[in-house]
Design a protein around this ligand. Structure first.
Ligand SMILES: Cc1cc2nc3c(=O)[nH]c(=O)nc-3n(C[C@H](O)[C@H](O)[C@H](O)COP(=O)(O)O)c2cc1C
Length: 306
């Protein structure tokens, strides 16, 4: 009997696939649809301290190696999302991950307090989008001290809800940030967010996205994500949600063999449809049968042994 379940910081998942943040919004019906299509858990689009409209179009561009977006963290804010979050948690049978961001530490604490009251299974701090209040363009996870300060402050107000920090690979050494998050009290890490890049329209002679710079996701970034997880696994003891370019079961297994406890899937929905969660889980199971693994646990981190 093959066991596909995983224990993620004390939260039990029936399989390791998780809807990544930002892909299917916050509404209960879309999250339920993801559950029906086989996900082990769902993450909502990051919710901030107030309503935000995001950047002007074009904000998303699908190029041949992946997706490029600069949506600009558009969201209704924590007060405008409360009812939807409550409804989602009520109707979902699988764990709900509340992703959030803010510009200042006090706003992070305020949003986290309001999110914690709603009792998500996990709170994920999106520290990997450029949204600091000081110079509007830094990411909390680009700096060891900022990472420590925001996590240690938020940790005080979330009670026993596991706290995850979502990191970026756009740093010199992600393990320094991961270690800082762990020592500040993070119960887990999510790696990676999108990777910063520019695509230029050679006919119009200007960047394609209105914001010029955007985040790359999809197949192009998978080896960057796997490297981040591989290095973090050696540096920290807390569990990691490996994310970035997962389209198939074997892609997911790369992350698990690098050390991930669970895997996030976002852009893959664009490539393989909403039932990608079922497809990836079936492909993981087929691989395990063929290779003689009985549990996900047995596969975790094996790439470090060979
Ligand atoms: C359109 C779009 C919106 C996103 N919005 C968020 C967000 O609100 N918060 C967040 O933490 N990550 C966000 N992400 C990043 C994804 O959660 C994920 O980390 C990244 O896309 C890499 O995974 P993938 O290649 O499977 O998409 C977004 C990605 C895309 C493509």
């Amino acid at each position: 009997m093959i066991d596909l379940s995983v224990n993620l910081a004390g939260i039990q998942l029936k399989n390791p696939t998780i809807l990544a943040s930002g892909i299917m919004g916050v509404s209960a019906s879309s999250l339920k649809f993801v559950e029906e299509n086989g996900a082990g858990a769902v993450t909502i689009k990051s919710i901030g301290h107030n309503e935000r409209f995001g950047h002007h179009n074009p904000t998303v561009y699908a190029w041949e190696k992946g997706i490029h977006n600069a949506v600009g963290l558009s969201n209704p804010g924590i007060d405008g999302s409360k009812d939807k979050i409550q409804k989602s948690i009520k109707i979902l049978k699988i764990p709900f991950i509340g992703s959030m961001f803010a510009d200042t530490i006090s706003n992070f604490v305020m949003v986290a307090e309001k999110m914690a009251v709603l009792k998500p299974a996990i709170i994920e701090l999106n520290l990997s989008c450029p949204n600091t209040a000081d110079d509007l363009g830094r990411m909390y996870a680009s700096d060891v001290k900022m990472t420590y300060d925001v996590i240690s402050s938020v940790k005080k107000v979330v009670g026993n809800i596991p706290l995850f920090a979502k990191l970026t690979a756009d740093v010199t050494d992600i393990t320094e940030i991961g270690k800082s998050a762990e020592s500040a009290g993070a119960d887990g890490l999510t790696a990676i967010n999108t990777v910063s890049g520019i695509n230029i329209d050679t006919k119009l002679k200007r960047p394609i996205l209105t914001n010029k710079v955007g985040g790359l996701s999809g197949p192009a970034i998978r080896p960057i994500g796997v490297r981040a997880v591989y290095n973090l696994y050696k540096a920290v003891k807390i569990p990691i949600i490996g994310t970035g370019g997962i389209n198939t079961g074997e892609d997911a297994i790369e992350f698990i063999m690098a050390g991930a406890t669970a895997v996030g899937i976002g852009s893959g929905i664009y490539y393989r449809g909403i039932d990608i969660f079922k497809k990836v889980t079936t492909e993981i199971e087929e691989f395990m049968k063929k290779e003689g693994y009985n549990s996900i646990e047995e596969m975790r981190g094996v790439a470090h042994k060979n």
